[in-house]
Design a binder for this molecule. Sequence first.
Ligand code: ADP
Ligand code: MG
Length: 394
Amino acid sequence: MKKTVKDIDIKGKKVLVRVDFNVPMEDGKITDDFRIVSSLKTINYLLENGAKVVLMSHLGRPKGEYNKKYSLKPVAERLSELINCEVKFLETEVPANGDTVALADSLKEGEIMLLENTRFVPGEEKNDAELAKLFARHGEIFVNDAFGTAHRAHASNVGVSSLLPAVAGFLVEDEIKYIGNNLDNPSHPFVAILGGAKVSDKIGVINNLLEKCDSILIGGAMANTFLAAKGYDMGKSLVEEDKICLAKEILKKAEEKGVNLLLPVDLIATDSLEKSTNIRVVGLGDDMKGVMAVDIGDETIASFSKIIKDAKLIIWNGPMGVFENEKFSKGTFSIAKAIAESNAISIIGGGDSALAVKLSGYEEKVSHVSTGGGASLEMMEGKTLPGIAALMEA
Ligand code: ADP
Ligand code: MG
């Protein structure tokens, strides 16, 4: 286990915190402050315990140069409102310089500032040693609470971790606890539910889970490629032709390892996603000429739900259908319901899956919805994330 903010003395110390304030913006306005709200637990803990807090984050992709569009100023303002206290912010064209260091030095206990976008300089994404040193001058302790970038070695996470005592914030701690620990030491029956757009995005995840779980339930467009591998004509469905061989290998591997791999037995099909006309249920082997599979059918929902019911640990990545369209959301939302009704520890990873669970209304009933897209996938692949590896061991 990694050290967390609770394991170190922070009173009176300058604490540099890497947060994930990469919020969606439109015309300079924040359209969803979920990520800011999520980081309040760590921020408030530090402020209440007498730290001098210096926050840093990236926002969007300014490609290593200043761009007002990606300024964190609106974020500093929103955070000020949320914590009801001034968040000091210098409008600089670089994330850090002598002025920001001086401002950090002038902070009193319980005061807080935010640096400008870490990606306003090219050194951030190159994990440049000089930039990391400059960042490190803003703190005596480093806290990483940005899980979304933990799979990248950047100056503001990995770089500073080698220069300051580095610990996890509460968000990162949760991700390690749920995804890391449960995968290292799974309870059984362990059921993996996989879906989404492509097999190719998730090969690493499938391979790692094949080693650990008892059942794998596959839906979404991913299932189309597996069904094609079993010889079914999938009509106009999204199938990755160049991954059919791989799907065959995975099917074989599952059999060898005694993993119960389930594919859909019925599907919801339509002529076209745009018009969503001629919607009908198709069984395996039915003529799919001119139609595409866009959701799992009722029989599949029932068979997947039965396995979910008895699970002790569930990992879900990838929606069961085109859930963005209400007409094709039943499969995904029904699986969310089955997970919510089970007694299993349930972990949801992946950006679209997190959104799907939220829309289903069952978010509160699952154990953990990961805040990282790419980072949670890499963790599910069993990879060591550089941003986490760089933190001190407890
Ligand atoms: P995550 O972000 O959770 O890892 P993905 O990005 O892999 O998930 O997949 C999500 C996308 O997959 C959604 O936009 C959804 O519409 C799409 N999808 C799911 N099932 C199908 C299908 N049968 N045909 C086409 N697209 C699908
Ligand atoms: Mg996605």
